[in-house]
Design a protein around this ligand. Structure first.
Ligand code: XUL
Ligand code: CO
Length: 437
């Protein structure tokens, strides 16, 4: 029985459509910079939010109406939920999905039982994936919900928690490989601390590095060739997460010899919680060769926590896609909607509205980014701003022909800096708006 009987395949109807269950901008076969929108954007549904989100918050229980959830947290229901997930994705037209091990299958009474449950559900996922062509973008393990991870997983003070986490990631890598996943994500979960009084930070970070190396080694052993990603997040659940932002993550990877194996999965709301913007994080990662994938959502600037809302801001998606086009596209990463419908949006159809809005906003962002790049005006204006580096003293400094003494000579002879030109921020903003409206 269909879970969404009243909804048929969501189609592209063009910008003038008023049909709420149609795309106005996401036209999967339309070419942008030589690739289809489908291949440029590589949209992914997050299993944990879309299939497991209940709407519970600290003040009350779940509110979501999900008729297919009748049988509760059983393996049987987990298998049935897989069919619902694929019906949803088929109707939506997303080519990928992402999951944590514990999103798709219930945890059993022992590790062996949990693995068995996972195998049963993965078999169902494999069948649905083969039937529909919808693939796993990346897999991951939930190393934060179970109370055994109260002090973290790889950074726990309890070595057994580290060992259990290792076993869980081993299995998660195996199923990710089995499903043909193109990546594997490490998000810190509870890897961080609440107070330094009880924390040996150096020891915990050394353990985290060892843990990641073990994952890289095991991937090699089983022939998993997907991309590893590290996902920055500054706080929540711990006060101080070790994977604070792109800079902290890249430093950790380089300091521990992991830079060849791991790129970053940048999440919008995590960037803003770190006091950055998503474009800052993408540019920072991109310029150093660490740009991998994106967890698409948005926060609420009036709230200081991870609200994981669906993105509807075209300026933001334009900036995200500008960064990705600049650094060579998203593949093997993608645009994963790590976003949830609001607690008040509890009907199944709201899942469609949320994803359609996010996909259209990203499609629009992609088209605008391509237009901005094709036109080249903005790039020319930036280049003009740095013109003093293109010839004369600037070019000589960039070529390594100067030192402090020669520059002192240069300035003694010249007297002072050539007049600065205006930054023209408002003009830049106006030029961007020219593409947008
Ligand atoms: C948590 C978060 C995670 C990761 C995967 O804030 O973003 O869902 O994306 O573990
Ligand atoms: Co995320």
């Amino acid at each position: 029985m269909a879970a969404f009987p009243e909804i048929s395949k969501i189609k592209y109807e063009g910008p003038d459509s008023k049909n709420p269950l149609a795309f106005r901008h996401y036209n999967e076969s339309e070419l942008v910079e030589g690739k289809t929108m489908k291949d440029q954007l590589r949209f992914s549904v997050a299993y944990w939010h879309t299939m497991r989100g209940t709407g519970a918050d600290p003040f009350g229980p779940g509110t979501m109406i999900r008729p297919w959830e009748g049988a509760g947290d059983s393996v049987e229901n987990a298998v049935n939920r897989v069919r619902v997930a694929f019906e949803f994705m088929e109707k939506l037209g997303t080519p990928f999905f992402c999951f944590h091990d514990r999103d798709v299958a219930p945890e059993g009474a022992s590790l062996a039982e949990s693995n068995k449950n996972l195998d049963t559900v993965v078999k169902a996922i494999k069948a649905e994936s083969d039937r529909t062509g919808i693939k796993l973008l990346w897999g991951t393990a939930n190393l934060f919900s179970n109370p055994r991870y109260v002090h973290g997983a790889a950074t726990s003070c309890n070595a057994d928690a580290f060992a259990f986490a290792a076993a869980q990631v081993k299995k998660a890598l195996e199923v990710t490989k089995e499903l043909g996943g193109s990546g594997y994500v490490f998000w810190g979960g509870r890897e961080g601390y609440q107070t330094l009084w009880n924390t040996d930070m150096k020891r915990e970070l050394d353990h985290l590095a060892r843990f990641m190396h073990m994952a890289v080694e095991y991937a090699k052993e089983i022939g998993f060739t997907g991309q590893f990603y590290f996902e920055p997040k500054p706080k929540e659940p711990t006060k101080h997460q070790y994977d604070f932002d792109a800079a902290a993550c890249i430093n950790f990877l380089r300091a521990n010899g992991l830079e060849k194996h791991v790129k970053l999965n940048i999440e919008t709301n995590h960037a803003t919680l770190a006091g950055h913007t998503v474009e800052h994080e993408l540019e920072y990662a991109g310029m150093q060769g660490f740009l991998g994938s994106v967890d698409a959502n948005t926060g609420d600037l009036l709230l200081g926590w991870d609200t994981d809302q669906f993105p509807t801001d075209v300026y933001m998606t334009t900036k995200i896609m500008l960064a990705f086009l600049k650094y060579g596209g998203l593949a093997p990463g993608g645009v994963n909607f790590d976003a949830k419908v609001r607690r008040e949006s509890f009907e199944p159809v709201d899942l469609f509205h949320a994803h359609i809005g996010g996909m259209d906003t990203f499609a629009m962002g992609l088209k605008l980014a391509a237009k901005i790049r094709a036109d080249g005006e903005l790039a020319r204006m930036v280049q003009q701003r740095y013109a003093s580096w293109d010839s004369g003293i600037g070019a000589e400094i960039e070529q390594g022909k100067h030192n402090f003494k020669s520059l002192e000579q240069y300035m003694l002879a010249k007297g002072d800096v050539a007049p600065n030109t205006s930054g023209r921020q408002e003009l830049f903003e106006n030029v961007v708006n020219r593409y947008i409206f």
